[in-house]
Design a protein around this ligand. Sequence first.
Ligand code: MG
Length: 379
Amino acid sequence: MERKISILGSTGSIGQQTLNVAKNLGEKVKVYGLAAKSNVDLIELQAIETGAEIVCLFDEKAAKELKKRHPMWNVVTGMSGLCEVASYHAVDTVIAATVGSLAILPVMEAIKAKKMIGLANKEILVAAGHFITKLAKEMNVTLFPIDSEHSAIFQCLLGEDKESVSKVVLTASGGPFLHFSEEQLKHVTAKDSANHPTWSMGSKVSIDCSTLMNKGFEVIEAKWLFDLPLEKIDVVIHPQSLVHSFIEFIDGSMKAQINVPNMELPIQYALTYPKREKRGTLPFDFYKNNKFEFFTPDRKKFRCLDLAYESLRVGGSLPCVLNAGNEVLVERFCRGEVSWMGIAEKLEILLGRHNALYDLSVDTLLEVDREARLEAKRL
Ligand code: MG
């Protein structure tokens, strides 16, 4: 069976790896749509290589430049362009690999058009998990996890009764500051944060990993993807990033999913499921990878983890504020306006000031998102 895909965020880290996987799968995957923010040169190359039928550059100026180079191409722009790529008629699967909550509407459009979603963009579920999962259920659309931890959980759950799960444990590498003292943490920079020990990723994700916010987001993501109560989701630090997550069952048995860190594996699995296809990788070497360590996360130093738990416990619009505020504060940290510790400190203030709204419409949610961003800029 051939998979016909669109990639939202094709020039980012996951987007590029998805194209690589698609290329290796040959006839089995055909790329119809590409969307990115503003990287004209790269998306031009990608479109030529894949023969994509529709290309979106979110940035209007960048889109004009691409159209100038290729007047015959179907080039679209802005939010409407992103939605067009997400719901393009020829496509059956949309890989959501953008960063932040920008793609909430395009992903909802894709679900309405009954496309399967390969979800690499966790902020969408953090900000709008309730909507997205409800809509997917109504439309009978599968949300397929591409995050390595959630792909691991998905694989461990295959053939199991969810009632028999007593706990889901997400592993976290701990990021580059795992063993830093509080004093050291006061002085870390965006460049230090991007220096991830086991994964290579975009800078926003790297910084979220360094604060453990990424793991907090993944807890929220797991709740929505697998419909689990918060008490059943736990986090453990595992610096080697070999065990991608594990599940504990009521009889005390555990299942784990293991591979050398490589995002192409969960991406490929999302594109070939329920089948598995060969990859050019060497078999796992247990003698070389013979160290499996596990630690409790330091919730005092890495405050963002509990902020995520707390906002999910309160629910309603609070996780949306968490995500929007974090996005702005990470940008400000990159510009040197906010310290690394300041990200959690300011986020806590922002969350404390927000009176959670329940029974939300998408419009009110997007309004909450906008307001939280404005406030996070002023804090
Ligand atoms: Mg992950």
